[in-house]
Design a protein around this ligand. Structure first.
Ligand code: GLA
Length: 409
């Protein structure tokens, strides 16, 4: 009898794991465009025909991704956020898009993306309502998962407004199971930890890695540098919890990239982008791609920074130094024992700050004696340095410098 119980328990355990997010997608952090931070819940298309949440917004962004070089460097997902659906489910309890703003339907949009080598993401919420007051998925997990799969959706961002912690404990794993059961491999983004403060014991990162591909850990990003810095500092302060949670197929999500919107300077936008690469963050741009400054566009398309973000090892970077100078030193181990290094400053004294460091500050596990250092943000300047050399970098106020260190011998 005991043997049978043990065998059953093993089967249940294995199936619990095999029904998790071992779905083969998002092996590197997903990249694309997401509507929310820039376009919010504007639904008045008469007054705002170009910026309301409508199929035009998403086809416009898809066209820009293809024509302005974004797709070629990896930005492939076009993600709808809140406020896309009708206020009521249809007579067979399915979600439907607002018929005036999405007259061609979601399969049309999915097809529009797929024809161009892009992918479509959609937004749902486990609660009784979405944060914007549209129908939630509680009690409709199966029908919603099946609807999204039938429509050809490639990613679901699953929010948590209007649900409590007990309900979320049931809902997030259940939706994961329902998505898997559709047989369509959709990237599953869970906002669950953000609703529970982002830290253990309330948040179980091991479980999240099994059921979700990425998760929002923290509050919403807003259009300000202060908001960006609050997020970066939270990531640094809680890195011992967050670093082990991340890896191929499972990512901490500090929220959207906002460089090119109204508030960040060029230096601040580079700082955000560089740091999102160091912390292996999903790269979802929430900017009006039709009107953005080309200088910000080329910066967000920097392939050397993207290759740090997309490193196949998927190890999240670490803050190694933060002192009274208001300069921080971060490092991310890359494939082939290479290292990505970021130094950023939030000083206000008006001149670039000359920061001194050595590679030995970085705590590299198996250091080589010599490294080739490439400046990956400001061009391709390269130099060979010894592990113990004192190096220096000029860092602008609210600016960042980034290097890739390649071991030579
Ligand atoms: C929450 C999420 C945001 C966005 C809005 C939509 O605040 O965290 O990212 O999806 O809801 O209402």
């Amino acid at each position: 009898m005991l043997k049978i119980i043990l065998q059953l328990a093993t089967i249940v355990y294995i199936c619990a794991r095999c029904s998790g997010m071992n779905n083969g997608v998002a092996r590197t952090p997903p990249m694309g465009w997401l509507a929310w931070e820039r376009f919010r819940c504007v639904i008045d298309c008469k007054t705002y025909p170009d910026s309301c949440i409508s199929e035009k917004l998403f086809t416009d962004m898809a066209d820009r991704l293809v024509e302005d070089g974004w797709k070629d460097v990896g930005y492939k997902l076009v993600n709808i956020d809140d406020c896309w659906s009708s206020k009521q489910r249809n007579d067979v309890n399915e979600l439907e898009p607002d018929p005036e703003r999405f007259p061609s339907g979601i399969p049309y949009l999915a097809n529009y993306m797929h024809m161009r080598g892009l992918q479509l993401g959609i937004y749902g919420d486990y609660g009784t309502l979405t944060c914007g007051g549209y129908p939630g998925s509680m009690g409709y997990e199966k029908v919603d998962a099946q609807t999204f799969a039938r429509w050809g959706v490639d990613m679901l961002k699953f929010d948590g407004c209007y649900s409590n912690s007990t309900q979320q404990e049931i809902g997030y794993p259940l939706m994961s199971k329902e998505l898997n059961m559709t047989g369509r491999h959709m990237i599953y983004s869970c906002s669950w930890p953000a609703y529970q403060g982002g830290l253990p014991p309330k948040v179980d990162y091991k479980l999240l890695g099994e059921i979700c591909n990425l998760w929002r850990n923290y509050g919403d990003i807003q259009d300000s540098f202060e908001s960006v810095m609050t997020i970066i500092n939270w990531w640094g302060d809680n890195q011992d919890v967050l670093i082990p949670a991340a890896g191929p197929g499972m990512w901490n999500d500090p929220d959207m990239l906002i460089g090119g919107d109204f508030s960040l300077s060029y230096d601040e936008a580079r700082l955000q982008f560089g740091m999102w690469a160091i912390i292996a963050a999903p790269l979802f741009i929430s900017v009006d791609l039709r009107t953005m400054d080309p200088k910000f566009r080329s910066m967000l398309q920097n392939e050397q920074v993207i290759s740090v973000n997309q490193d196949p090892l998927g190890i999240q970077g670490r803050r190694v130094k933060m002192d009274k100078t208001n300069v921080q030193l971060w490092v991310r181990p890359l494939v082939g024992e290479e290292q990505a290094i970021a130094i950023f400053s939030t000083r206000t004294d008006g001149v670039p700050y000359e920061y001194y460091f050595t590679l030995s500050d970085l705590g590299i596990q198996k250091p080589a004696s010599e490294y080739l250092m490439t400046d990956i943000l400001d061009g391709t300047e390269q130099k060979v340095v010894e592990y113990t050399d004192t190096l220096s970098a000029d860092v602008n106020p609210n600016g960042i410098r980034m290097f890739r260190a390649i071991p030579l011998k």
